[in-house]
Ligand binder design. Structure first.
Ligand code: BG6
Length: 489
C-alpha cells in the first residue's frame, strides 16, 4: 500500500502581513509596532541584541524609530506582496497549494485601531487577495493579529494591558468576518499568543519605561487577549457557522537534560509555561498550576465579571502551532556547563545530539512527532502545523537557480515525522511551512534569513529587483503535494 497523507490534507505555506506585504504607508494603512523593528546586524544575530522582539520598548525608542532616517526598518517594505500578490499566488498555485496562511494587518483596516468606520482601501486589498486565491481553489487561513498592532493603540491606550483594546479587537474581527464571509473559513486569532508573555511590545503593544519586562502587565495583557479571542470566536460562529477558529502557539518542546528527577520536574514547569495558553484557549479555563505561579510571583490578574464564563463557553475549534526546534532544561541541582544555543526566544544549553541552523536553532524532526503526540493526547482537537522551516543563507546563482538541498533535507525529515504522528493516531489536518516565499525575519528583521521555496531578490538594505525565482525546494515541494506526501515516504 502506498504511504500517503490523509485525503484532503491541507498542504500550503505561511506568511504574515508585517513581514511580507510591505507598503506600510500605502492606501491609508496606519503605522504598527512592526514598522519600528530595526534590522539587527549579523554580529547581533546570535543574541538578537537590539531586536525589538526581545528587548523592552520605550516610548522614546518608538518615537525615535518613526523619525529615524538612517536606520533600516525592513518590515516596512517586506517582500512587496502588496503589489505582487497575483504573481505570488500564481507561484503557490503552481506548487499545488491547498491552503495559504496569511495575516490581515489590523492597521490597514483600522489605521489607528479605535475608529468605528473601517478603511475601505484596506478591506478591498484583502478582497483582491482572497478572490485571487479562490481562482486557484486555494483556501485562505487567516491570522487576525500577527506581530503587529496599531501604534496609536500603544501611545494612546498603553497596548493590550488596557481592557478597552478588547472592544477594538472584537470590532475589527467582526468587521473582517462580515466582509469576508464565504471567502474565508479558517481563522487564527493571535499568532504565537504565548510570546506576549515573554516580550510584550510587538504583539502586545506594551512599553516599559524602565526597560524591564513586567510580568504582571504582560499576563494582564495576555488575559485580555484570551477574552478577546473567545469573543471573536463567538462572533465568527454567529456570523458564519462554517467558520473554524484556531489558537496559535509557539510550541517549545523542552527535554529534561538528564534523568535527575529535578530535571524532569523543571521540564514539566517549562511545559506548563508554554501549554498554559493552550489550556486556556482549548480547555476554556485557567489551569491550577498557573494560579500557583501567579501567587508565587505576586501577580494579581484583574478578571471582570463574566470573563471566566466567556473563556469556558467559547474555546477554539482547533489548535495550530509553530515548530522550529526543541530545547533542553536542567535544574540547578544537575547543573553543568553546557554549550549555549540560540532559538526563537529560547537561549539555553545545546542538545549534543542535534545539529544547528546558521542562526543557532537546533534541528529536531523527531521532536515534531513528540510534540504532535503530546498535544493531541492532551487536547484531542484537530492540529495544524502552521509554521516550520529552516532559516538559511541562500545563494542566487548566475543562472538564477538556488540550490537549497539543506532546506529540502530539513523539511523532508519533518514531514516524515508528521506522517509517523498521523500513524500514531494524531489528527493532523494541515501543514504550512513558514515564509513559503522569502520574507523579512520576525526576530532580526533581516532578509538574508530565508525560509522560502521562492527566492525574493532583495537584500537586507532593501536593494534589489524583488523579482521571484524558484528554488530547488520549489520543485521538490510541488512533488510532495502532488503525490500527497508519497514522494518522500
Ligand atoms: C515565528 C513567527 O516565531 O517564527 C514568524 O510567527 C517568524 O513571524 C518565524 O518569522 C521565524 O522567526 P524568524 O525570527 O526567523 O523570522
Amino acid at each position: 500500500m502506498t504511504k500517503q497523507f490523509p485525503e484532503g490534507f491541507l498542504w500550503g505555506g505561511a506568511t504574515a502581513a508585517n513581514q511580507f506585504e510591505g507598503a506600510w504607508d500605502v492606501d491609508g494603512r496606519g503605522p504598527a509596532t512592526s514598522d519600528t523593528s530595526r534590522s539587527v546586524s549579523p554580529e547581533e544575530r546570535k543574541t538578537m541584541a537590539g531586536s525589538e522582539f526581545t528587548s523592552p520598548m520605550t516610548l522614546e525608542k518608538v518615537q525615535f524609530a518613526l523619525s529615524d532616517t538612517e536606520g533600516l526598518y525592513p518590515k516596512r517594505w517586506g517582500s512587496d506582496f502588496y503589489h505582487r500578490y497575483k504573481e505570488d499566488i500564481a507561484l503557490m498555485a503552481e506548487m499545488g497549494f491547498k491552503t495559504f496562511r496569511l495575516s490581515i494587518a489590523w492597521s490597514r483596516i483600522f489605521p489607528k485601531g479605535d475608529e468605528q468606520e473601517p478603511n475601505e482601501a484596506g478591506l478591498a486589498f484583502y478582497d483582491r487577495v482572497f478572490d485571487e486565491l479562490a481562482k486557484y481553489g486555494i483556501e485562505p487561513l487567516v491570522t487576525l493579529s500577527h506581530y503587529e498592532f496599531p501604534l496609536h493603540l500603544v501611545t494612546e491606550y498603553g497596548g493590550w494591558k488596557n481592557r478597552k483594546v478588547i472592544d477594538f479587537f472584537v470590532h475589527y474581527a467582526k468587521t473582517v468576518f462580515n466582509r469576508y464571509k464565504g471567502k474565508v473559513r479558517y481563522w487564527l486569532t493571535f499568532n504565537e499568543i504565548n510570546i506576549l508573555g515573554m516580550t510584550g511590545y510587538l504583539s502586545g503593544g506594551l512599553l516599559f519605561e524602565d526597560e524591564k519586562l513586567h510580568l504582571d502587565e504582560m499576563y494582564q495583557a495576555v488575559h485580555h487577549q484570551f477574552v478577546a479571542s473567545s469573543l471573536a470566536t463567538k462572533a465568527a460562529h454567529e456570523i458564519d457557522p462554517d467558520n473554524k477558529v484556531g489558537m496559535m502557539l509557539a510550541r517549545m518542546e523542552a527535554y529534561p537534560a538528564t534523568c535527575h528527577p529535578d530535571d524532569i520536574m523543571e521540564a514539566i514547569h517549562k511545559d506548563h509555561e508554554n501549554l498554559f495558553y493552550a489550556d486556556v484557549q482549548v480547555r476554556g479555563k485557567y489551569p491550577s498550576y498557573m494560579k500557583r505561579f501567579f501567587k508565587e510571583h505576586q501577580i494579581e490578574l484583574k478578571f471582570e465579571q463574566g470573563d471566566e464564563e466567556v473563556l469556558r463557553q467559547y474555546p477554539v475549534d482547533f489548535m495550530s502551532f509553530s515548530y522550529y526546534m526543541t530545547s533542553i532544561i536542567r535544574s540547578p541541582k544537575s547543573q553543568k556547563d553546557g554549550e549555549a544555543t540560540a532559538g526563537n526566544l529560547i537561549f539555553g544549553e545545546a542538545n549534543p545530539y542535534l545539529e544547528s541552523s546558521d542562526w543557532g536553532w537546533q534541528i529536531d524532526p523527531v521532536g515534531l512527532r513528540v510534540t504532535l503526540n503530546k498535544l493531541y493526547d492532551r487536547y484531542q482537537v484537530p492540529l495544524m502545523v502552521v509554521e516550520n522551516g529552516l532559516g538559511a543563507l541562500d545563494v542566487l546563482e548566475e543562472d538564477k537557480a538556488i540550490h537549497d538541498a539543506y532546506r529540502i533535507d530539513y523539511l523532508e525529515k519533518h514531514i516524515q515525522q508528521m506522517y509517523e504522528a498521523i500513524e500514531d493516531g494524531v489528527e493532523l489536518i494541515g501543514y504550512t511551512p513558514w515564509g513559503c516565499i522569502d520574507l523579512v525575519s520576525a526576530s532580526t528583521s533581516e532578509m538574508s534569513k530565508r525560509y522560502g521555496f521562492v527566492y525574493v531578490d532583495a537584500d537586507d538594505q532593501g536593494n534589489g529587483s524583488f523579482d521571484r525565482y524558484r528554488k530547488d525546494s520549489f520543485f521538490w515541494y510541488k512533488d510532495v503535494i502532488a503525490s500527497n506526501g508519497a514522494s518522500i515516504l
